[in-house]
Ligand binder design. Structure first.
Ligand SMILES: NC(=O)C1=CN([C@@H]2O[C@H](COP(=O)(O)OP(=O)(O)OC[C@H]3O[C@@H](n4cnc5c(N)ncnc54)[C@H](OP(=O)(O)O)[C@@H]3O)[C@@H](O)[C@H]2O)C=CC1
Ligand SMILES: CCCCCCCCCCCCCCCC(=O)[C@@H](N)CO
Length: 312
């Protein structure tokens, strides 16, 4: 916004969840290169150690504090322990910026989901970021720290399709959370930002491709995808350009403009709305035709898996 100073990472403590690989690691690298103190959090300790080795290579000065913490963030206890530990080297002071990059998806057909996979979906799309936001905001308000909380959602927080029944609801929920917090946190001077990326070529993406339904992968071919570096820069842009919501690409921006809720958007949104009025029905017709086009193969797929035998 005009008159506001651009946020500068140098000397700031940045807490990056999911910082051991993919988008979170790329973001951590940019932040370290710009002189920030960086704490990364994830579960796998080996990946965390390797990530810190990479971060050490780009350290700008010997004062920078660069550390890793291993916790599962999809429980409140894990999210709380991770943040408490990360405050220790700073005399208990809460980080200046919380970057919630952690998350994952396991796309499958809804009829093949189980209560466990549905719950995992919510844990790894919603709770993995929401609990950290809860712990961090209590600390920020308690310490009267005017920090920032950033969420990483997805194109799939604006629209969904076959394959994402366990993931999209969690990302939609993050939108609701970000809108609620943006409103409340005016009371405390805490900034809230949410980024909506399309496909990002990361280890997590490679993993989800292993089990992704063919039709989901086919529809996604229309999305050319971005690198983790581009996604990381997009997350940083949210904060530095003071954007509440920010999308990575034109298609997400059409969905964003048409679905953006009560949060502030940008000046082109009304124009994009006119575009979306034309484009979204075309996208829908195109993707719906692709889905209906595989009805026969899909029935064969379910038969081959014994679905009809076990679900009567
Ligand atoms: N890749 C893509 O196509 C897209 C991704 N996104 C979103 O962007 C974000 C980053 O994705 P991406 O860069 O692909 O990430 P990756 O899947 O490559 O990495 C995920 C990171 O999060 C950590 N993590 C995952 N679950 C947990 C957990 N329960 N507790 C603690 N740490 C966890 C992982 O470490 P560990 O497993 O060791 O815990 C890892 O560091 C995610 O929120 C994702 O949903 C959005 C749109 C597209
Ligand atoms: C005429 C034009 C047709 C356009 C068709 C619609 C394109 C669909 C794009 C889907 C993009 C999904 C990106 C997010 C993925 C994600 O969040 C997961 N990979 C999570 O890890």
């Amino acid at each position: 916004m005009f008159g506001q100073k651009k946020w500068v990472p140098k000397g700031q403590h940045c807490y990056v969840t999911g910082g051991s690989q993919g988008t979170g690691l790329s973001l951590a690298i940019i932040l370290v290169k710009q002189g920030a103190h960086v704490s990364i959090v994830a579960r796998d300790q080996n990946k965390l150690k390797k990530a810190v080795e990479e971060l050490e290579k780009v350290r700008q000065n010997s004062d920078q504090i660069i550390k890793w913490y291993s916790h599962s963030l999809s429980t409140y206890e894990g999210a709380s322990a991770a943040l408490q530990e990360a405050c220790q080297p700073f005399g208990g002071k809460v980080p200046n910026v919380i970057f919630n990059c952690a998350g994952s998806s396991r796309p499958t057909y809804f009829v093949e989901e189980t209560p466990e996979t549905m719950k995992n979906g919510m844990d790894n799309a919603y709770w993995v970021q929401a609990y950290t936001a809860l712990v961090a905001s209590k600390m920020m308000v308690g310490q009267k720290s005017k920090g920032k909380i950033v969420f990483v959602a997805s194109t799939l927080a604006y629209f969904s399709m076959v394959g994402y029944a366990s993931y999209a609801p969690g990302k939609f929920a993050l939108r609701g959370l970000a809108e609620s917090l943006r409103s409340e946190f005016q009371l405390y001077g805490i900034g809230v930002h949410i980024y909506y990326p399309c496909t990002i070529f990361t280890p997590g993406y490679a993993e989800e491709m292993k089990t992704k339904p063919a039709i989901t992968a086919k529809i996604e071919e229309s999305d050319s995808g971005i690198t983790p570096e581009t996604a990381a820069q997009g997350i940083l842009d949210c904060v530095q350009k003071g954007k509440f919501q920010h999308a990575s690409d034109w298609i997400t921006n059409f969905f964003r403009s048409a679905t953006r809720g009560s949060g502030p958007g940008d000046i082109f949104d009304p124009l994009r709305n006119i575009g979306a009025w034309i484009i979204i029905p075309i996208v829908r017709a195109y993707t719906d035709r692709q889905v209906r086009g595989v009805r026969v193969e899909h029935e064969e797929y379910l038969r081959s898996k014994g679905f009809y035998e076990s679900n009567k």
